[in-house]
Design a protein around this ligand. Structure first.
Ligand code: G4P
Length: 285
């Protein structure tokens, strides 16, 4: 979904999330495990404030496992709890309610101390930028299909609680926040992974960004996939080499660069190049 995030929309999205925060005990900050920082809202700490928060590194099935481990340690170092999940298949999803309960234990013990005998289920909200997998996770936790509201701040419907087992309730509408646009790298990484729709960016530029990244961080995957003896430093030469291997030729016999870009991005998004992570804690800081 293409969303136009204008300052007014951002302010409104922030207000809407903060309204929802009043209803819940714990927030699930959903990030893309392949690019946790680039898929994060730049104002998230300010927006969530002191609300207990569990970071969920989603799409871990597509990310480099070793790097995901580094991210989990990184967040732990910041005093946060983070776990890797795959909302599509459900891997890791069952821990969520247990950890959430643990995170609000003190609050609930205080409620008990005040004489509330049967505290209500832990109430939770999923927040994240578009395409990180919010509705997939809601459906997974609900165990059924929940209709998705438009990815637009301001498009509201009556909110409902979804039961997740006996001890957790989830708001059926997630908090939708904007990514960090000001950073060109962030935009490219979101585009490479398909989080930003292809129509708004030049595909050749996006593929060139991806190929430069892969040449440095995953060169062996490139040589294997496209049967290259060596990886040319020059990006046009790399497009040419892949194009020749894949028969991406124009009528005139030149290389069809759009076709090469399509193939490379398709291969990345469908794991033909294996599990990839586009940022590490070291590369970020
Ligand atoms: P959103 O509500 O945050 O906007 O995201 P949504 O759930 O719509 O998920 C965006 C895309 O990411 C969907 O793919 C979804 O299937 C995929 N996805 C979500 N979680 C995971 C995960 O843990 N692993 C993997 N591999 N993919 C995940 P899509 O191509 O837009 O749709 P479709 O292929 O499901 O039809």
């Amino acid at each position: 979904t293409v969303i136009q995030w204008f300052p007014g929309h951002m302010a409104k999205a922030k207000r809407e999330v903060q309204e929802k925060l009043k209803l819940i005990d714990v927030a699930f900050e959903l990030l893309d495990a392949r690019l946790p920082m680039s898929s994060r809202n730049p104002m998230i700490d300010d927006i969530l404030g002191q609300k207990p928060r569990l970071i969920l590194l989603n799409k871990a099935d597509m990310a480099d496992e070793a790097v995901t481990e580094q991210w989990i340690r990184y967040f732990r170092g910041q005093g946060r709890t983070a776990i890797a999940i795959d909302a599509q298949s459900g891997t890791g999803v069952r821990q969520i309610a247990f950890i959430a309960k643990e995170m609000v234990k003190e609050k609930f013990e205080k409620m008990r101390a005040k004489g509330i005998k049967n505290p209500r289920p832990v109430r939770a909200l999923i927040v994240g930028i578009p395409n990180v997998g919010k509705s997939t996770l809601i459906n997974r936790l609900a165990g059924r299909h929940i209709a998705k509201t438009g990815d637009k701040p301001g498009v509201t419907k009556a909110q409902q609680w979804i039961k997740v087992g006996k001890e957790m309730e989830l708001l059926d509408t997630p908090g939708i926040l904007w990514p960090k646009f000001e950073d060109e790298d962030v935009g490219f990484k979101l585009a490479v992974t398909g989080a930003i729709k292809d129509e708004i960016l030049n595909l050749q530029d996006v593929a060139a960004y991806a190929l430069r990244f892969l040449s440095v961080h995953y060169p062996e995957r490139l040589s294997e996939r496209y049967r290259l003896d060596s990886i040319p430093d020059d990006i046009v030469a790399l497009f040419d080499a892949i194009g020749r291997r894949r028969g991406c030729l124009t009528a005139g016999g030149g290389i069809d660069y759009d076709k090469v870009a399509d193939i490379v991005l398709y291969d990345i998004r469908t794991e033909k190049l294996g599990r990839l992570s586009f940022e590490t804690p070291a590369s970020w800081t």
